[in-house]
Write a protein that binds this ligand. Structure first.
Ligand code: ADP
Length: 230
């Protein structure tokens, strides 16, 4: 009976997601359609219409690309032993360039010894790119984002703490809902994808947030002992 419930819940989830995708893609499609018609009937130069059509196409591309992350085959690639620390270093190096443009500093506080988990490197990078990007988006300009790694016997905990606008409890409730966004050009898919990836890695994710003060996302992943060939 329990399994049946789970199956039907999943179907509802898939239906909701499909409805969301249809809606999100229909808007730019309607707009592209409209501007194409205008261009057909207009004798004047239509340069400006090209810009709009191009940006609407980019929007569809962004949504589709984010969704592709979700549909990538899971499971069989997930079980590779990985040291999480160099993965975090790489992501931070990548994001520091964007952060510097907003005068935001990303600081990293990690243990000296390797921290081993089982996972798929690109999916894990995606998680920390999403969290760092959200942290940066939440900060006007200047400030610090802390990436902290702590380990227990069983878990590696990675937290990403920003000094941004924070979230209300209503916002926190809605996190992970497909297409929930408060940003003008957001997709509202980042957190859903992040939760999905962490769940598939046997981990969990926690959120603490105070409006006007900042947000901390903590990712917990099962820790493994150092692999023999490492
Ligand atoms: P997007 O970034 O495209 O909006 P996400 O799923 O990544 O999509 O985030 C959904 C919403 O959650 C954001 O629009 C924002 O309102 C809120 N959010 C996520 N991370 C943070 C954060 N670090 N600080 C404040 N709000 C956040």
């Amino acid at each position: 009976k329990e399994e049946y419930m789970m199956q039907s819940e999943k179907l509802t989830m898939a239906g909701q997601l499909a409805a969301g995708i249809a809606h999100e893609i229909r808007n730019p499609l309607t707009s592209i359609n409209g501007f194409m018609k205008l261009m057909r009937s207009s004798k004047r130069s239509t340069e400006a219409y090209f810009d709009i059509i191009e940006s609407e196409l980019k929007r569809i591309e962004l949504i589709v690309n984010e969704l592709l992350v979700l549909s990538k085959p899971q499971g069989k690639h997930i079980s590779k032993p990985l040291n999480i620390l160099p993965i975090l270093d790489q992501v931070i190096t990548l994001m520091k360039v964007q952060a510097a443009l907003k005068n935001i500093e990303i600081r990293n506080d990690s243990p000296d010894s390797s921290q081993w988990i089982l996972g798929e490197i690109n999916q894990l990078k995606q998680v920390f790119i999403n969290l760092l990007k959200n942290g940066m988006d939440a900060m006007e300009s200047s400030g610090t984002i802390w990436v902290t790694v702590v380990s227990t016997d069983y878990e590696v905990q990675i937290s990403v703490q920003d000094e941004g606008i924070g979230m209300t409890s209503e916002q926190i409730q809605r996190l992970g809902e497909p297409f929930f966004t408060t940003k003008d050009s957001g997709t509202g898919l980042g957190i859903m994808i992040t939760q999905n990836i962490i769940h598939n890695h046997g981990g969990s994710i926690q959120i603490e947030s105070i409006p006007e003060q900042g947000t901390t996302f903590t990712v917990k992943l099962p820790r493994i002992s150092k692999p023999e060939d490492a």
